[in-house]
Every structure is written in C-alpha cells, then in structure tokens.
Design a protein around this ligand. Structure first.
Ligand SMILES: [Cu+2]
Length: 284
C-alpha cells in the first residue's frame, strides 16, 4: 500500500513537473521567426551580423516591394532590437548609377523587426545590377554593409511600375500598390515619385490620376463607377476606385495631371486611340 502511494505520488509529481516545464517553454517561443509567413529574399553577412531581408514576394521585383529586416548577432545568437537602419538601393548601369524611390526604415511592433518599401523601376541584367547599401546603428555602434541583389521582372510580365519623362521634362516613377483584384469596385492605390536627381525620389503630392480601365481583348470595353485617384496626405498614396466587371486581362489606362490641371503624361481613350502611354496591367 505504501509503495502504491509512493508510486502515485511520484506520478503526480512528474505530471506537475511536466506541466510546469511545459508552461515554462512559452517564453522561449519568442525565438519563433515572426516573419515565417514572408519570403527571405537575401541574407547579408557583415560585421558578424546576419541581416535578413524578407519580402511579401518571392524575389526583389520591379515595382512596389514591402520589405522586412531583422539583424542577428551571430556571437550572441540573438536578434538586435532598437537598431536604427538606413538603406540605399543603387543600380550600377553601364553608363551611370542611380537609386530608386524608397521609404525610411521604421520599427514595427516586434522590436527585432524593421520595415519599409522600395520601388525598383528596372530589373538587373547580365551587365547591370543593383546593390543594397545599409548603414545601421546597434548598441551605440555604427555599421555598414553592402550586398548585390537580384531585382527581377515579374514572372507574369504585367506592368506594375512606370518610369517616364513627363511633359514638364521631369522624370517620374509611378507604382501600383499590390492588391487582390475582384469582380467588384476595388480600392485602387498608386504612388508617384519625381526623380529629383539620380539618388532622390520624393513623393509627388496633390496631383490627380485619371483612370480608364479597358479590356483590349473584348472590343476595348470599359467599366462603370470608376473613381479617379486623388492624393491622400496621411498615407502619401493616390487613392481611387477601380471597377472590374469580369475576370480576364485589363489595361488600366492612366493620365497624370498636375495641380494646375496640366497633363504630365497619358492620353484619353477614343475610338482612334485604344490605350494611354501611361498604364498598369492586371489579369485575374
Ligand atoms: Cu537602371
């Protein structure tokens, strides 16, 4: 009887130890990758750090890229929190070097995760390539890193970015914000940047974007209830409504108009003119 009691006591004790240690495991779960649902697009090894860059997409792609960064201290085997990060993508072309539109890198709710966006206006090729320059401060020390990155054209070949010279002789970059098109009136957002010089691309404010979506494969018909895009100060985006009445290939014809109603780029669709020189494409 006594041995049975002892055995029961041992069993109970071991159960409580097990459940206790199970609870103790919880804090360790912090080590789970908070970016597991994103794609690791590059890992920069520098300064005994691994700088991991994640994207919503599979690769660095021309157009809008929302990116996430974590910096791992390889000695400590921990991720650095409260770093401040600056980045500069630079394309090395045969004739010149230039950057592209980008946001600042900001902190997220997770202290080890930083985020920002980059709008690549052209892909790399065998002779021309992109570098990502990083300067970051961690634990009071400034570090630099640089990594060659592979910026690709989208697999479906659809246009999500326009890089052009406007009627005002300025250079512009215009990117479509990623969205899931549906047979409905969709929220539609675009970012517009001016190429001030080779390295600076400030957001263009207070213009207007006229939207005329068409289906070239079906007599170039349009759709009702579209709304032209107007500038939203809070987000820095141009926001409007895109009406898609059926699935298939749509050409989203655009006209960029400045604050004085002067056309910067794009043409009206008529029976003689089937498309604008400024457009995005979707197929769904
Ligand atoms: Cu280039």
């Amino acid at each position: 009887m006594k041995t049975i009691k002892t055995i029961i006591a041992v069993i109970l004790l071991s159960i409580s130890i097990t459940s206790c240690s199970e609870e103790d495991k919880d804090p360790i779960i912090i080590d789970e990758n908070p970016l597991a649902e994103y794609n690791l697009v590059t890992n920069v090894d520098a300064n005994n750090h691994s700088i991991e860059i994640y994207s919503e997409q599979k690769d660095f792609t021309i157009g809008f890229n929302q990116l996430f960064i974590r910096i791992k201290d390889n000695d400590m085997d921990t991720y650095i929190s409260n770093a401040s990060i600056q980045w500069k993508p630079v394309m090395h072309m045969t004739e010149m070097m230039h950057s592209c539109p980008k946001s600042d890198v900001t902190k997220t709710e997770n202290a080890t995760v930083y985020t920002g966006y980059v709008v690549f206006q052209m892909p790399g090729n065998s002779e021309e390539y992109w570098d990502l320059e990083l300067e970051y401060t961690a634990n009071g020390q400034v570090y630099n890193a640089i990594e060659k990155i592979n910026v690709k054209a989208p697999l479906d070949g659809k246009r999500r970015v326009n890089s052009f010279v406007g009627e005002d002789d300025s250079r512009y970059v215009m990117a479509m914000m990623p969205f899931q098109p549906e047979i409905a009136v969709n929220d539609f957002e675009i970012m517009v940047f001016k190429m001030e010089n080779m390295m600076n691309f400030p957001v263009v404010k207070n213009h207007k974007i006229v939207l005329d979506p068409r289906m070239p494969g079906m007599g170039n018909h349009g759709s009702p209830n579209n709304e032209d895009l107007v500038f939203d100060v809070g987000s820095g985006l141009y926001k409007g409504k895109l009406s898609l009445t059926m699935s298939g290939y749509w050409k989203l014809n655009l006209i960029l108009v400045d604050e004085n109603a002067a056309i910067i780029k794009g043409e009206t669709i008529t029976s003689d003119n089937e498309s604008s020189s400024l457009f995005f494409e979707i197929e769904f």
